[in-house]
Design a binder for this molecule. Structure first.
Ligand code: AMP
Length: 280
């Protein structure tokens, strides 16, 4: 397995494999791996000759009050896990390598899809994500790239960006991998104390509650969200940032549930921000 830090070395590696007619699968991450990340690697591994994983805690997607400095990192452990998943190359550039002095070209997405859900509360977050994903796509030139459905808005925006900017890349969404009690795996779960960790299972339970309501014929988003809020508030010391029901493809808010919807939420448990969603 190759560990590559420089963009120019990554480009040479990609060029060589392209000349050998190898297909390239790509999983971009911020590291500190859990089974969610590994599941995406397995999807890409099956579909391509060469599997490249990037590890880059991207400064431009963190706001001034976000956890950039304390975001968990453990490269030695990540490296071992990648070896186990038969990763061919890890791309781990520095922030200076990705954003050299004078950098000003950002990928900004306009309109409704960026202004709902997390986009409403984390201004410029998706600008940072789309910029770094575009840069990584240009450097790695993958045939396929795999992202988690856990970050539902991110996945929808990446699909849109790939279509709008004509990246010749197939985007695959991997299902959300959960702990035994339903909590979506996240590098940030490590921040939770034992009491918070216990109550965090209420998030997935609230999503299942909404799913059951819809399956039983409830169509009023307002009613569903109210029940979810009650359930979460009674399950622990949560501060709910949002619970929304949106069209699963366009992310437009839905008042009456008829077609495929994404039920998405973001909450704070103490300082820790957790997100989750399901598609119904
Ligand atoms: P991150 O390192 O948190 O930026 O995540 C890297 C990729 O892993 C993103 O595409 C995430 O959507 C995906 N991911 C994170 N958590 C999970 C999970 N629990 N299940 C599946 N994919 C996940």
């Amino acid at each position: 397995m190759q560990i590559i830090e420089k963009i120019s070395n990554m480009q040479s590696y990609v060029k060589k494999n392209r000349l050998d007619d190898k297909s390239i699968g790509f999983v971009p991450t911020m590291g500190y791996f859990h089974e969610g990340h590994l599941s995406l690697m397995r999807i890409a591994r099956q579909k391509c000759d060469i599997l490249i994983v990037s590890i880059f805690v991207n400064p431009t997607q963190f706001g001034p009050n976000d956890d950039f400095d304390k975001y968990p990192r453990d490269f030695d452990r990540d490296k071992k896990l990648c070896e186990r998943e038969n990763v061919d190359a890890i791309f781990i550039p520095s922030a200076e390598e990705m954003y050299p002095k004078g950098f000003i070209a950002y990928v900004d997405m306009d309109g409704d899809m960026t202004e709902v859900l997390c986009g409403k509360y984390r201004s410029r977050h998706f600008r940072g994500v789309m910029t770094v994903v575009s840069k990584l796509f240009n450097i790695v030139q993958p045939d396929i790239a795999v992202f988690g459905r856990k970050d539902g808005q991110q996945l929808a925006l990446i699909r849109r960006m790939v279509a709008d900017l004509n990246f010749p890349i197939e985007i695959i969404g991997g299902r959300t991998i959960r702990e035994n009690d339903g909590l979506a795996m996240s590098s940030r779960n490590k921040y939770l104390n034992s009491e918070q960790r216990k109550s965090a299972s209420a998030l997935y339970k609230s999503l299942l509650l909404a799913k059951t309501m819809i399956e039983n014929g409830e169509t009023d988003s307002f009613e569903i969200i109210a029940k979810m809020k009650d359930f979460i508030s009674n399950s622990g010391d949560f501060e709910i940032q949002y619970i929304d029901i949106v069209d699963a493809d366009t992310l437009k808010p839905v008042n009456t549930v008829q077609n495929k919807v994404m039920i998405a939420l973001a909450v704070f448990l103490g300082e820790t921000r957790l997100i989750d969603n399901i598609i119904v």
